[in-house]
Design a protein around this ligand. Structure first.
Ligand code: SF4
Ligand code: SF4
Length: 324
């Protein structure tokens, strides 16, 4: 990627008849409750970990609930860090559940096995909260290599705990898993991988789940440092550029989702949040309560070279692949 990165992505869009990437109708509010996490994974784009101190305050949570009550949002997606480690988490989610929206949580699984969180699985099932859980492989070696020693075993125990409460069954709340590659390559086809996961997890551990989302790693923050340390940054960026797929554009998450950080500020997506690229809004950095949902429609998205990570191959979003 030798040239100006935003210019390259823009030129790719232009080549396919898209003069600027614009937002569509807002459907999802993705709320990052902070960077505190019980893990410190090698590929984390949030740079999250046990020593991070940036977490959402109860006052910010109250302002977000108030905004959601006044704006029509069909989906609320809670992420972190490990969102459950924020002391205001459960009250926040319970308030959001009072509104007419689907509230889901991105859970790293191991938090369910941490001291002090023994009742978390029961709380989740009581509220029937859909969970999207990280499990980058069904092999211990790959998971522990990427996420830390002992993470695989804890994740399997947590999945069994969730299954025992009905998660992933026909009648129970939804349990989706997230795959991301262990290195500088794109995810394999999502359908094929989902079949493999289902077969392996069922036969080895008796675990069931609903869907698998295959995500690409974007070359930012911790993963960028990993690539740099392994002399793979340029080749990975080139791989993403060469695999550009225009059919991913309409489904890009920045078109339908807005990302809110721990202080309430807005971004077109979680990656832009981590790169401190605020939603374009004149000279002011907008917070959620500065705008309404309708304001966002048709606004240009803040793009840069990392966007090639969302458009490569079958594409990548919080909900997995974007194209066949
Ligand atoms: S990838 Fe998820 S579990 Fe791992 S450090 Fe980042 S936020 Fe925590
Ligand atoms: S990183 Fe992906 S989701 Fe974010 S603005 Fe770029 S294309 Fe959109």
């Amino acid at each position: 990627m030798p040239q100006s990165s935003a210019a390259m992505f823009r030129r790719q869009l232009t080549r396919h008849g898209i003069t600027s990437l614009k937002r569509a109708t807002l459907s999802t509010l993705q709320i990052n409750t902070g960077r505190l996490c019980n893990q410190a994974c090698e590929h984390c784009h949030v740079d999250a970990g046990p020593k991070r101190t940036e977490i959402m305050s109860r006052d910010t949570m109250a302002r977000i609930v108030n905004w959601c009550a006044q704006n029509k949002i069909s989906d609320i997606d809670i992420t972190g860090g490990a969102p459950e480690m924020n002391p205001g988490f459960r009250h926040f989610v319970e308030q959001l559940l009072q509104l007419n929206a689907r509230v889901m949580v991105r859970c790293n699984l191991t938090i369910l096995e941490e001291p002090g969180f023994e009742d978390l699985a029961d709380w989740y099932v009581t509220h029937r909260i859909p969970l999207v859980c990280s499990l980058p492989c069904y092999s211990q070696e790959n998971v522990d290599g990427q996420r830390g020693k002992g993470v695989f075993e804890k994740s399997i125990t947590a999945l069994k705990r969730l299954n025992a409460r009905g998660y992933g069954s026909a009648e129970g709340p939804t349990l989706d898993l997230v795959y991301n590659p262990a290195g500088a390559f794109l995810p394999p086809p999502q359908d094929t991988l989902e079949r493999q996961y289902k077969q392996e997890l069922a036969s080895r551990y008796g675990i069931v789940f609903n869907r698998l989302f295959a995500l690409a790693n974007l070359p930012i923050n911790r993963f960028k440092r990993y690539l740099n340390n392994n002399d793979q940054l340029e080749s990975y960026k080139n791989l993403l550029v060469d695999a550009f797929n225009p059919s991913t554009i309409s489904g890009l998450m920045c078109r339908h989702l807005v990302s809110v950080d721990w202080q309430g500020y807005l971004y077109d997506c979680d990656f832009n949040q981590m790169l401190d690229m605020p939603l374009p809004h004149g000279h002011k950095r907008p917070a959620l309560w500065d705008i309404d949902a309708a304001f966002l429609e048709n606004r240009p998205v803040a793009i840069a070279d990392h966007c090639f990570g969302c458009t490569a191959g079958t594409g990548s979003s919080c909900g997995g692949s974007l194209a066949e």
